[in-house]
Write a protein that binds this ligand. Structure first.
Ligand code: HEM
Length: 138
């Protein structure tokens, strides 16, 4: 496993120790900063929201470990999101919320290097989700 993949995996263990709090805080932060995203989620979609955070993290780790199936899955998942009204800029908002809450939960164990590694990995996943949407726009 690469050094970055190893670092992200260790960080994820801390983050996932209290998964309900992680998930709750990510959406609180996203909806507080960008209330227009809240209306996209149905009122009773707690399970779907949790699944979304879990899947993002799983894709980050698997992609870092070199899994190529990830790319195909993300492109089709991205197409579904576009249909549901998710725009390109929302991906940036979501990554920012994830990073703010990762920092909050990790406390003193958070550092610039970790933030950089997570940002790069999360942006890669977002870019794959946006592949056909950005293509259509250009
Ligand atoms: C960054 C990568 C992302 C990944 C990997 C991801 C993944 C997922 C997954 C796995 C689901 C579950 C349902 C399904 O299978 O379609 C889902 C649902 C959803 N996602 Fe994402 N997502 C991402 C980004 C976003 C962003 C940026 C937004 C908008 C702020 C968003 C909004 C939604 C909505 C509205 C649903 C449906 C919720 C419902 O049914 O109420 N997603 N996402």
């Amino acid at each position: 496993m690469s050094e970055v993949a190893e670092r992200l995996k260790q960080s994820l263990e801390i983050l996932a120790a209290d998964e309900p709090t992680l998930i709750r805080r990510v959406y609180e932060d996203l909806f507080e900063h960008h209330p227009q995203t809240a209306v996209l989620f149905s009122e009773h979609s707690r399970a779907v929201r949790a699944e979304m955070v879990r899947e993002v993290l799983m894709y980050v780790i698997d992609h870092n470990e070199g899994a190529t199936w990830v790319e195909e899955n993300l492109t089709s998942l991205g197409d579904q999101h576009e249909v549901n009204g998710v725009t390109l800029e929302m991906y940036g908002w979501f990554v920012d919320s994830l990073l703010r809450i990762f920092a909050e939960i990790s406390g003193p164990q958070w550092c610039v290097e970790l933030e950089d590694s997570w940002r790069t990995a999360l942006e890669l996943v977002s870019d794959l989700m946006c592949k056909s949407e950005s293509g259509a726009a250009g």
